[in-house]
Design a protein around this ligand. Structure first.
Ligand SMILES: [Zn+2]
Length: 315
């Protein structure tokens, strides 16, 4: 489905260049530039383009910056709406969606549409698990299998994490973010523009993972969305072209709380938790339906303490 995607790229780039030209940020000579990998930039212009690309033109600027202009949010070298260090963005207050429904197209003539990340069997769905809520869908694969980016977008995160292993987070123009975790190899860099179907990495078994698989997540303003609301994993296609986000999209939160309460109830007989790989105090608090503060008090530790493997935590 990638026919015409190249043309779209040029259109988008032309629009960007036109915009830059009209706001007199760059000299007119820049308008001759096209894709970086086909026509080399001079050093200065390249740097300038990188900067403007990453600061002003990151996808869905208006959604993540709360309607403020980039210049207001760009302080001390960190752009508030475009965090390239923390995997999860700060969760937005979804109560603000009470009266408004956000509806947008997932596919149009102006983008490359949808490409399934990997055509494998779903081994674990979105929803409550025994111990913790599963915020994504697991797709079976072999280490080294190609993983495709689902939609056009820009890479916000490309790094190694304790739990996700090698993980890539891509932000899309409509504000959605897709996560690709437990990869054996990352093929992209932060700030890189990607197009649906690009091989952004290779599947693997890194981080908190038992057996090679792809952990695939979709989030909006930091909140996970059940991917099956958007994608049919049997057909490997979008369920619908339109996505409607309202409060009901996040109904699972109350389900998650119930699951945490249930875990807490079942853990009542259990007085200690033995620390395992990937455990954090906040994670344990969530799992056992308590707070970090209570756990710290009971165990005489600080919230900033590092947990050791095998350490016994009183519940
Ligand atoms: Zn998973």
């Amino acid at each position: 489905m990638r026919i015409g995607c190249g043309n779209f790229y040029y259109m988008k780039r032309l629009f960007l260049l036109f915009f830059l030209f009209t706001i007199h940020l760059l000299p007119a000579s820049l308008c001759a530039q096209t894709r970086a990998d086909t026509i080399p930039f001079t050093m200065d212009e390249d740097e300038m383009m990188d900067q403007t690309d990453s600061i002003i033109f990151f996808p869905s600027n208006e959604i993540y910056s709360g309607g403020l202009y980039a210049s207001d949010l760009y302080t001390s070298g960190i752009y508030v709406g475009w965090d390239t260090t923390n995997i999860h963005t700060v969760k937005a207050d979804m109560k603000s969606l009470n009266d408004s429904v956000r509806e947008f197209a997932l596919y149009s003539d102006h983008n490359c549409g949808y490409v399934h990340p990997f055509s494998g069997r779903v081994t674990s769905k979105f929803g409550p698990r025994k111990k913790r809520y599963h915020y994504g869908v697991d797709i079976d694969l072999e280490t080294g299998d190609s993983v495709n980016v689902a939609f056009d977008g820009k890479v916000r995160i490309a790094k190694k994490s304790k739990s996700y292993g090698n993980v890539i987070v891509v932000r899309h123009d409509n504000g959605l973010e897709t996560y690709y975790a437990h990869l054996s190899k990352i093929n992209v860099a932060v700030g890189q523009e990607v197009f649906a179907g690009d091989v952004i990495g290779l599947g693997g078994n890194t981080g908190r993972s038992r057996g090679s698989h792809l952990h695939f997540e979709i989030r909006y303003l930091g909140h996970p969305i059940n991917p099956t609301e958007i994608i049919s994993f049997d057909d490997k296609k979008l369920v619908s072209n339109m996505l409607c986000i309202d409060n009901a999209t996040f109904d699972y939160v109350s389900e998650a709380k119930k699951a945490a309460a249930k875990n807490y109830a079942s853990s009542k007989g259990k007085k200690v938790h033995v620390v395992r790989k990937g455990d954090t105090l906040s994670g344990l608090a969530k799992r056992y339906g308590t707070t970090t503060k209570v756990l710290c008090k009971k165990n005489g530790i600080k919230a900033t303490s590092t947990l050791k493997l095998g350490q016994k935590i009183k519940l």
